[in-house]
Design a protein around this ligand. Structure first.
Ligand code: AMP
Length: 280
């Protein structure tokens, strides 16, 4: 595996790849969720490139940025074991040198959900992903459905800016008790780790009601809140039942795909998760 920390190192390694290139951008603290994206890339491409960059511009809270788990050594061992051929590890100074002034803003889609609760977050995500896609020039880019709004925003960017990469959304990988894998799970203490099950429990409960025929979005939202409110360590930021395509909150029953999503603080750690509801 070639570890590239500068643009010239990356360009040299990238030029040697022939055939289809799949790309997996990450913020490190690699877990099985990231590895599943790499495995999907391997099934669909001749080469797989990954990046690790904890992007300062997408953290609206400086404490969150400081606290974000970082473990470069272990990450590199895990990526190499998965067969990644090139890993790009830029520094903040490389991507945002003095005088840096260009940002990518996606309108509409970023006004709601994570965008509404984390001001500036998607401006940072959109900017860094656009930069990484320009640098890496992948044929396909692999993203996790756990960050559903991020997938929608990045699809929008690639379409609007005529970028050639195909965006592939991959299913959420979970622990055996349902908790979605996340680098942030490492920040939970043992009690919080148990409490964190409540996100999956709430989504599961609301899904079962939907499967039994309930279509009133308010009832589905109430079902989410009912379960979440039973967990004393959980503080709900939002429990959303929205149209999957527009991400707008539903106020009436819909037979179109629905994104049911949560952002919940467990202690001081903010977790997100979602289910997609598809009418049979
Ligand atoms: P991150 O390092 O958290 O920025 O995540 C990098 C990529 O991995 C993003 O596309 C995430 O959506 C994806 N990802 C994170 N957690 C999971 C998971 N549990 N299952 C599948 N993909 C994930």
């Amino acid at each position: 595996m070639i570890v590239c920390r500068t643009l010239s190192e990356f360009d040299e390694a990238r030029q040697r790849l022939t055939g289809r290139v799949g790309f997996v951008p990450t913020m490190g603290a690699i877990h099985r969720g990231h590895l599943s994206l790499i495995q999907t890339s391997w099934r669909q491409n001749d080469h797989t490139v990954a990046s690790i960059f904890v992007n300062p511009t997408q953290f609206n809270d400086p404490n969150d940025f400081e606290r974000y788990p970082r473990d470069e050594k272990t990450d590199l061992v895990m990526l190499e074991a998965e067969g990644v051929e090139i890993v790009f590890l830029p520094t903040p100074q490389l991507l945002y040198p003095d005088g840096y002034a260009t940002y990518v803003v996606v309108e509409g889609l970023t006004d709601v959900l994570e965008g509404a609760h984390r001001p500036g977050h998607f401006r940072g995500v959109a900017t860094v992903v656009t930069k990484l896609l320009n640098i890496v020039q992948p044929d396909a880019t692999y993203l996790g459905q756990k960050d559903a709004q991020q997938v929608a925003v990045i699809k929008r960017i690639t379409q609007d800016l005529h970028m050639r990469t195909k965006i592939v959304a991959c299913p959420t990988i979970r622990e055996s008790d349902g908790l979605a894998l996340s680098s942030r799970n490492a920040l939970l203490n043992p009690d919080e780790r148990i409490a964190a099950r409540v996100l999956y429990k709430a989504l599961n409960h609301a899904e079962s009601i939907y499967d039994d025929g309930e279509r009133d979005p308010n009832t589905l939202r109430e079902a989410l809140h009912t379960i979440l409110s039973k967990e004393p360590l959980a503080q709900t930021e939002y429990a959303s039942v929205a149209d999957f395509t527009s991400l707008q909150e539903l106020d009436a029953p819909s037979e179109d795909p629905i994104l049911m999503s949560l952002a919940v603080k467990i202690g001081t750690t903010r977790l997100i998760d979602n289910f997609i509801l598809i009418s049979p």
